[in-house]
Design a binder for this molecule. Sequence first.
Ligand code: MN
Ligand code: MN
Length: 478
Amino acid sequence: MNENKTQGQQLLDKLNFKLKNAWEKTEEVEKAKAFEFCQEYKTFLHKAKTDREFEAEVEKLAKQNGFISMEQIRKSNKKLVPGMKVYHINRKKSAVLGVIGKAPIREGVNIIGAHIDSPRIDMKQNPIYEDTGMVLLKTHYYGGIKKYQWVTIPLSIHGVIVKADGSSINVVIGEDETDPVFTITDLLPHLAADQMQKKMSEGITGEGLNLLFGSIPYNDEKIKDKVKLNILNLLHEKYGVLEEDFISAELEIVPSFKAKDVGFDKSLVGAYGQDDRVCSYTALKALLDMDNISKTAVCILTDKEEIGSVGNTGAESTLLENFIASLCYLGNETYNEMMTRECLANSKMLSADVNPGVDPNYEGVQDKRNASYLGKGLVIQKYTGVRGKVGGSDANAEFIGELRKILNDNGIIWQPAELGKVDQGGGGTIAQYVANLGVDVIDCGVAILSMHSPFEITSKIDIYICYKAYKAFWENQQ
Ligand code: MN
Ligand code: MN
C-alpha cells in the first residue's frame, strides 16, 4: 500500500500520533471474545451491586481458583513459594490477592488496584417514619450523585443488619422478579412551577430522598402510626429485627435494573456501578489467569473511594502495606521491616479506574485533544486533581514509557486523556494513596459515559482491551 502514498502521507503515518478505533483495529474472532467476556461481566455486575457483594464474589472466585487465605498460611506455618496464590478479605469490604512470582520480593511487586464501591443512597440509622398514611425511609446519599437522577426509578435494598445478639442478616430486596422494589417520588410537572425554577442541584434535596416503603395500616384504632407498626411487624416476621437493629445496619439503596446491552449493534454495556466495577472486574479476571510469572502480582480492591478512600477498608488504610509485609514475612526465612520498604519502593501499580469519555450531548467540558473516547481502547491518565492538578496523582514519565512499551509490544490499543477541561472540575482516584508508599503509580482504565448515574455506559471492546492490558502488565512488567 505504501507505494501509493505520497511522501507527505508516509511521513505523516510515521510521525503523527493518532487515536485508533478499536472496533476497526480488532479482528472478528477477538471481537467475538469481547462480546463473550462482557456476557460474563454483565452477570457478575448483577451479583455484585455493593462492596460487600463484590467481596463475597472475590472470595468465591479466589477459592475456586486455588487461592489460599493469608490467615490459613500464617496458621499452618507454611512459607510462600513461587506459584502460590493468596488472598486476604478485609472486613468483608475490601480485598487483596497475590500470585507469587519467581523474583525476590525485595525487587518489588506489580499491583493493580481498583475500587469496588459506587455512588449510591444509604439508609440512615433511624430511617423509618410515617407520613400521610405512608411509610418512608430516611436516607443519606453516598458519593457524588446528581440527586435528580435517582428519583422515579425502581430501587433495591442491599446490605446487612447486625442484631443486638451479634448475629447478622443479609438483605437483598428488589432483584428477584417476584420481589417488590422501592422508589423515591418526584413532583408532577403540573405542580412543579417553583421546583423547575430552582438550580438542578437544588430541585431535589438530600433530605428529600426518602424511600417509599409501604402503605397498609396495622388494624388497631388505638395506635397512632399504624402503617409504621405494620411495616415493623412485617420486618420482624421476615427478619426477626427490631427498629433499634437499624442502628447497626448498613443498607444500601441501588438501582434494581440489570446490566443490559445498549445500542442496536449491542456494542455497549449499560449498568449501575461500572465505576469502578468495570476495572475491578477486569483486574480480578486477569489475576485469576496469572500463572508462572516472574514478579509477584498483587490485586487490591478497596472500598470508600467515592468518599475519599478513607477508613480501614479504603485505599488510605494500611491494607496494602500489611499485605506486602505479609508477603515479605511469609516468603522469607528471616524478616525485617526494610524488606517491606524496599519492596514498596521497587513496586509498580496501575490504578485502575474509569475516565469520562467525550459525550456528544455535552460538548465543551473536555479538551478533545486530551480526552478519552468510547471504543478507542485503554485510557491512560497521567495525572488527576483539580484546578492546577491539586490533590491529584501524577505519574512519572519514565513509568509511562515502560507502560507504553508493554502495551505497544502486546498490540493493546490505548489513548491518553485527562478528566476534563482545565478549571472545569476534576477528581481523584486511589492512585495518590499508593504513590505515597513509594510505588510508581499511573491511572488507567475504561472510558465511560453517564458516570455516577444509575445507568453508566461503557464499550465492550474497551472492557476486553482493559482486561488484556491488565494481563499484559502483570505478565510483562520486569
Ligand atoms: Mn472511580
Ligand atoms: Mn467515581
